[in-house]
Design a binder for this molecule. Structure first.
Ligand code: PMP
Length: 428
């Protein structure tokens, strides 16, 4: 494959855009450097780059593109928004419709508020938890990523971990001292943290199914224990469902696992590809937010008609019978084929898969926490990533990310992908 136009563009981008990218995870730093491929066009499960190369896409824009690129139903909704006014700064009927849809899908969200990103949604759930409890500290889990607000850039996951800066410069020691980080999937350290700081903890923030050091499910009982001990200590439980909401089923990880948080943050899929975030939860907590209460959160673009209508259209597609079963079926074929190819070529891997999302770790160990994900082989991953890219398979350039299937992927795409995997493994 020829990437010369991408390379040229990256050289130019480096002169004008810091690091040549608008989000660090898009750079190829974590896979040994090089020019990230610049895409020009996307449709369904496919991408075409500026050099005219075609790819099967498993990045799905880091999660949001669950219906495939340029889905006609979503495109129509965006066109309608463009033609009827892109931004009003007033209430609209669409945001009420959408809030009702989210509540129906996730009943723990008794009241909802829309934001422009997952970062904002999570950031505000923390503020609201503090306003409600009158306490300052939060507990989070190592390797979970919750956006780039100050408080959660402490031992954060995929992006920062990949770049080797779990604590961002510019986050003050005072702020970091308000965050307690404990390992995911281990209840004892969590209980110890509560025993030590229990009456200072406003909230416990967790990705109920992790997406940021690969796909990692909670061990049975883990989330239930978090709920119990957090509530006993008077702290709120906040689920960050920015990746997981509508990823594995129509609803959240909370519905799949039958556990209820006090507050939920989401983003990605619910915007159908346009910028969005949302948070919600128990009504008595949500009433702390302005204009009803003293906790402030706002946004010029929040609830904008385009994102909301794209989000409604996206959920309409996801409501259709069988879409999640099909992503699960293709995910299973993909997983099985990758494992077979690994066995054939003597490549050591572990796969974590939940329905249409999976991560390949180059390790012989199980991966249930961040330390285990970190210990997997990044150099082999980097080689694998590039071998796949050269064969027209677009993955995220980090060993900590997931492959995401969409409703647009077909069995034929999986077959082609498995041929590429076979070829890549042969060369590792
Ligand atoms: N929470 C989680 C679990 C995420 O994966 C992300 C983004 N990868 C965020 C929050 C931040 O969302 P955004 O990038 O929309 O600000």
């Amino acid at each position: 494959m020829n990437f010369s136009k991408s390379e040229q563009l990256h050289t130019e981008a480096l002169e004008h855009i810091v690091g040549g990218v608008n989000s660090p995870s898009r750079s190829f730093k974590a896979v040994g450097g090089g020019s990230p491929v610049a895409m020009e066009r996307a449709k369904g499960a496919y991408f075409w780059d500026v050099d005219g190369n075609q790819y099967i896409d498993y990045l799905a824009a880091y999660g949001p593109i669950i219906t495939g690129h340029a889905h006609p139903h979503i495109t129509k909704a965006i066109q309608h928004a463009a033609e009827t006014g892109i931004l009003y700064g007033t209430p609209t009927k669409h945001e009420v419709t959408f809030a009702k849809m989210l509540k129906e899908a996730m009943p723990a969200m008794e009241k909802v508020r829309f934001t422009n990103s997952g970062t904002e949604a999570v950031m505000t759930t923390i503020r609201v938890a503090r306003a409600f409890t009158g306490r300052d500290k939060i507990i989070k889990f190592a390797g979970c990523y919750h956006g780039h607000s100050d408080l959660v850039l402490v031992a954060a996951g995929s992006g920062p971990a990949t770049l080797g800066t779990p604590d961002s410069a510019g986050v003050t020691k005072n702020i970091a001292s308000e965050v307690i980080t404990v390992p995911f999937n281990e209840i004892e350290p969590f209980k110890e943290a509560l025993a030590k700081w229990g009456d200072e903890i406003a909230g416990v923030l967790v990705e109920p199914i992790v997406g940021n050091f690969g796909i990692v499910e909670p061990v049975p009982g883990f989330l239930e224990e978090i709920n119990k001990h957090a509530h006993d200590a008077g702290a709120l439980v906040i689920y960050d469902e920015v990746i997981t909401a509508f990823r594995f089923m129509y609803g959240g990880a909370q519905d799949l696992l039958n556990v209820k948080p006090d507050l939920t943050a989401m983003g990605k899929i619910i915007g159908g590809g346009l910028p969005i975030g949302a948070y919600g939860g128990r009504v008595d907590i949500m009433e702390k937010i302005a204009p009803l209460g003293p906790a402030y959160q706002a946004g010029t673009m929040a609830g904008n008609p385009a994102s909301i209508q794209a989000g409604i259209a996206c959920l309409e597609v996801l409501k259709e019978e069988g879409v999640y079963d099909e992503m699960d079926r293709l995910g299973e074929i993909l997983e099985r084929g990758i494992l077979e190819a690994a066995a054939k070529h003597g490549v050591t891997i572990t796969i974590n898969r939940l329905k249409g999302a999976l991560t390949i770790y180059f390790t012989d160990q199980k991966v249930v926490n961040y330390d285990q994900a970190e210990a997997t082989d990044g150099e082999i991953f980097a080689k694998f990533f590039k071998l796949m890219l050269e064969q027209g398979i677009n993955l995220a350039p980090s060993k900590y990310e997931a492959w995401f299937l969409t409703t647009a992927h077909t069995e034929d795409d999986i077959t082609k992908t498995l041929e590429a995997v076979d070829h890549a493994f042969k060369q590792l």
